[in-house]
Design a protein around this ligand. Structure first.
Ligand code: THU
Length: 137
């Protein structure tokens, strides 16, 4: 299986376990880290709607718990006709752990539909390097 197919299968398997009874929009995410390992997440909704978490959030948490800090690429799989691109908050979560050229692959149930860099999805980001430069002032 090629690297993208592997990421797609991992995200799709996570998506099958999504807890999305309110939106009925199941999402899965899979990160390939700098080491080549894969970390997965699914959205976890809540009766108190704003408390719900996106799939990307879970995948990032799994990577951090495993002791890694670098996202090489992340694939997100949703459903429907529209592209399930990461929400603004998740773009910010991704840039915390990714260089601006890291790939964000957006998939539907049949496979990858589009590919972006995180820098294109979140230009002029307030990321860790800006935060560090403020601290040096
Ligand atoms: N959602 C994600 O998990 N990731 C995305 O990139 C977009 C949206 C979830 C949040 C909510 O549980 C559901 O999709 C509908 O918005």
């Amino acid at each position: 299986m090629n690297a993208i197919d592997e990421l797609f299968e991992a995200a799709s398997a996570a998506r099958r376990n999504a807890y999305a009874p309110y939106s009925r929009f199941a999402v899965g995410a899979a990160i390939r880290s700098a080491s080549g390992a894969i970390y997965r997440g699914a959205n976890v909704e809540n009766a108190s709607y704003p408390v719900g978490a996106c799939a990307e959030t879970g995948a990032i948490a799994a990577m951090i718990v495993a002791g890694e800090r670098d996202i090489a690429e992340i694939l997100i799989v949703g459903d429907g006709d529209a592209l399930a691109t990461p929400c603004g908050a998740c773009r910010q979560r991704i840039i915390e752990f990714a260089g601006k050229d890291a790939k964000v692959l957006v998939a539907g149930p049949d496979g990858v539909r589009a590919s972006f860099s995180i820098g294109a999805l979140l230009p002029e980001a307030f990321g860790p390097s800006i935060r560090a430069s403020i601290d040096r002032q």
